[in-house]
Design a binder for this molecule. Structure first.
Ligand SMILES: Nc1ncnc2c1ncn2[C@@H]1O[C@H](COP(=O)(O)OP(=O)(O)OP(=O)(O)O)[C@@H](O)[C@H]1O
Length: 267
């Protein structure tokens, strides 16, 4: 789907959240939040600092408890399913966490093989071949395979972590601020990679980001978290038209205008 296209009603929903409430003690972070993510789209998930983007991500992945509501990931309600179904859903879900992206004591090749060892029983030679295919897929040179994370640049670490997230050919990947810490060129390259993977693999991408460039250039749809729920969702054009004060200042503020001008200059 090209950026700016609004998903039709007949598209498959791969992640459905309904009326989700998450509290820690007295503090309610998410309240009756609902969200749909469609197969094959790149969804950008934004919101002010501390609004609960990571909490939602962790709740979707079953790492946080919710007090109310339902979440279906790839058709399965993880609160209801048996262990075997849960494992299948886990295998079809890739995650790139913002911090602690790679195991520092393992090489890139070994890092990519972690999910393979956890879920599959494959001969070492085949695992090496598969991991090397993932290294190609994310645009890393093959000589990165035997390097340790400390020997890689920030951009290479992100790519290696993405290769690990893709190790089992998932249907959906969750990326938590994937371009943070990258220079603008590295970030744009990473965005291009994400788009290529979506186009070639039909991957669904849920990307938590503060990166306006990514939101303008690669996301098909954007969901904005605020007031403990998804306040607004739609295309970048919808964001630019929105009168919601936070959305307005985020997408039509000084930095956003700069990006818009640069994009027009490039045309
Ligand atoms: N396990 C926890 N126990 C108590 N409070 C928590 C827990 N996890 C998150 N919170 C609180 O939930 C709120 C939302 O945090 P979260 O990390 O989801 O924000 P965020 O939108 O991802 O922010 P940022 O953009 O800065 O990363 C914060 O006030 C945080 O302190």
């Amino acid at each position: 789907m090209s950026p700016g296209t609004r998903p039709g009603d007949n598209r498959e929903v791969v992640l459905q959240a309904r009326d989700v409430t998450v509290s820690f003690g007295e503090k309610t972070i998410l309240e009756n939040l609902s969200l749909d993510v469609y197969r094959g789209e790149i969804l950008g998930f934004v919101g002010g600092s501390g609004t609960g983007k990571s909490v939602l991500l962790r709740t979707v992945l079953g790492l946080n408890k919710k007090q109310h509501g339902t979440i279906k990931l790839l058709g399965a309600d993880l609160d209801e399913v048996d262990e075997a179904t849960r494992m299948t859903v886990d295998m079809r879900t890739g995650v790139l966490f913002q911090h602690g992206a790679l195991f520092s004591a393992l090489t890139v090749l070994e890092n990519i093989q972690v999910p393979m060892r956890e879920y599959l029983d494959l001969p070492p030679k085949l695992m090496n071949e598969l991991a090397r295919l993932k290294i190609d897929l994310v645009g890393l040179p093959q000589d990165a395979a035997l390097k340790y994370p400390s020997e890689l640049s920030g951009g290479m670490i992100k790519r290696a972590a993405l290769a690990r997230a893709l190790a089992l050919d998932p249907d959906i990947v969750f990326l938590d601020e994937p371009t943070s810490g990258l220079d603008p060129i590295g970030a744009a390259d990473f965005d291009d990679l994400v788009r290529t993977l979506r186009d070639t693999m039909g991957l669904t991408v849920y990307m938590v980001t503060h990166d306006l460039d990514s939101l303008f250039s690669v996301c098909d749809r954007i969901a904005v978290l605020g007031k403990r729920r998804v306040m607004v969702d739609g295309t970048i054009e919808d964001m630019l038209r929105s009168d919601e004060p936070w959305v307005k200042s985020y997408f039509r503020g000084k930095r956003a205008r700069q990006i818009d001008l640069e994009a027009r200059d490039a045309e």
